[in-house]
Design a protein around this ligand. Structure first.
Ligand code: ADP
Ligand code: MG
Length: 277
């Protein structure tokens, strides 16, 4: 069990790896607190390389907290504490000898509410992560990256003629695909998505689901979703989180999505996936 190390910014992060292989990410015995309140209790989950793992369960059971622990965002909350390990291909991202920037560069995040930089151009939005991670690229490398990320984000055809238009001028669904493209520019090995479609209409949702299924070939995806049909459509594996009567969140059941939806082992899973609470 490792305690959270202090956050330090390195001087020179150096070049990013050019073609990272698919990575497995694992939370091992993760417990989390906000002040005195424990919100996760020894949660362990392996999210296999190249798969889509869906985290499901009622509000407040710690899904977002677990996701934020996977990319070291939990420690940004002043009252937050953490125990356990997060292993990216077997290496603990909380190891005090490891640089925070390496974890951040390996693990992309997309939030519920699309959050492009509204005044920045579409092109600059995609490239924003390079600045944050200190990755250098030539003009033509940047052009290639903008195109490939927007293609992967399923947005290229809609924006290729107006890359200099502000990101804030796009529709909600387009903005979320821009955020996906932006998160891909740093070539993450894992993409974390916290209810990425909850603020979107059904058409945009389906477009993003298609995008996710394509992306799963090159990046390990972990998605929090309240939408059981969505979990069934996009994920290979599901983990059902529950925090009953004020106890900290735990994983009640996890396994292959089809099996979990078709023949859940736990009555509480069955009740949840069938909409009974
Ligand atoms: P979920 O994503 O499953 O809805 P969360 O991980 O957001 O659940 O929240 C888990 C618990 O932690 C909830 O009880 C929530 O109120 C609490 N919590 C989340 N964020 C904070 C915070 N920044 N400060 C204090 N408590 C928080
Ligand atoms: Mg949440």
């Amino acid at each position: 069990t490792s305690l959270m190390p202090a956050q330090t910014a390195p001087a020179d992060p150096g070049p990013a790896p050019s073609s990272p292989a698919l990575a497995e990410i694992e939370g091992r015995e993760i417990s989390a607190w906000f002040g005195d309140r424990k919100v996760l209790d020894r949660v362990s989950l392996v999210m296999p390389a190249g798969g889509v793992t869906a985290l499901i369960g009622p509000s407040g059971c710690g899904k977002s907290t677990f996701l934020r622990i996977l990319n070291r965002m939990h420690e940004l909350v002043p009252s937050a504490a953490l125990a356990g390990e997060v292993l990216l291909d077997g290496e603990d991202i909380y190891d005090p000898g490891k640089r925070l920037i390496d974890a951040r560069r390996s693990i992309g995040m997309v939030f519920q509410k699309p959050n492009p930089f509204p005044a920045m151009s579409i092109r600059e939005n995609v490239l924003a992560g390079l600045k944050l991670t200190g990755t250098r690229a030539s003009r033509s490398e940047k052009d290639d990256l903008v195109e490939s990320c927007l293609v992967k984000g399923g947005l290229w055809n809609e924006v290729k003629d107006r890359l200099d238009a502000p990101g804030g001028g796009l529709s909600g669904g387009q903005q979320q695909r821009l955020c996906i493209a932006r998160s891909l520019a740093i070539k993450p090995r894992v993409l974390l998505m916290d209810e990425p479609c909850s603020a979107l209409d059904p058409t945009s949702t389906r477009v993003i689901e298609e995008t996710m299924l394509d992306l799963a070939r090159e990046v390990t995806i972990v998605i929090v979703t309240h939408n059981m049909q969505q979990a069934a459509r996009v994920s290979d594996q599901c983990a059902f989180f529950l925090a009953s009567h004020g106890t900290p969140g735990v994983i009640v059941e996890h396994g292959e999505t089809q099996a979990m939806f078709g023949s859940p082992r736990d009555q509480r899973t069955s009740d949840y996936v069938n909409g009974r609470f």
